[in-house]
Design a binder for this molecule. Structure first.
Ligand code: SME
Length: 163
């Protein structure tokens, strides 16, 4: 099965997951598990959610559901890392070679490439889906499509649950 066909297949499974999810937390857990189990080059998959401190402290990205080895980066300021770049610009960031990106916060020596996709609720970034790969340039167009699809499903679910 080609990588593109696999991504499309997993995309269809996601639709079913989204329909059956009991809560947003359940959906996020199911998504990280599905991507980690089925997409062979997705070696670490996790959500970071934006936490806005009530006392005027700067907002932080806080680690949520994830699959893979424990990371030292459980809280990331919005101006740090590839994670911070995606959250502060509201744009998907793909890094083919993390060793060449000065923004990169190392999580594992094995990580070679990374994709981070923001999650929006009513046009505002509320979190993101971060994936690391042990393979250089692992994230192609079909991966971007799949991961952006996941982020949209979570954003829609969050929007519904806040109504
Ligand atoms: N590499 C990320 C930090 C998170 S870990 O990959 C899980 C970054 O540069 O923001």
């Amino acid at each position: 099965m080609s990588a593109g066909t696999k991504a499309k297949d997993v995309g269809r499974e996601l639709e079913e997951l989204a329909r059956g999810a009991k809560s947003v937390d359940d959906l996020m857990f199911q998504i990280v598990k599905l991507l980690h189990d089925r997409m062979l080059k997705y070696n670490w998959v996790g959500f970071y959610m934006v936490e806005t401190a009530p006392d005027g402290e700067p907002p932080m990205l806080v680690l949520g559901a994830f699959q893979g080895a424990m990371t030292p980066h459980t809280r990331i300021p919005l101006h740090q890392g590839i994670c911070g770049a995606a959250a502060s610009t509201g744009k998907t960031v793909i890094v083919d070679d993390v060793s060449k990106d000065p923004r990169y916060l190392a999580c594992s020596f094995e990580t070679k490439s990374e994709i981070v996709v923001p999650v929006f609720v009513q046009g505002k970034v509320v979190g993101e889906l971060d994936i690391d790969s042990h393979f250089p340039a692992a994230f192609k167009d079909e991966d971007r499509e799949l991961v952006e699809h996941c982020a949209v499903l979570v954003g829609k679910h969050l929007e519904k649950s806040q109504k």
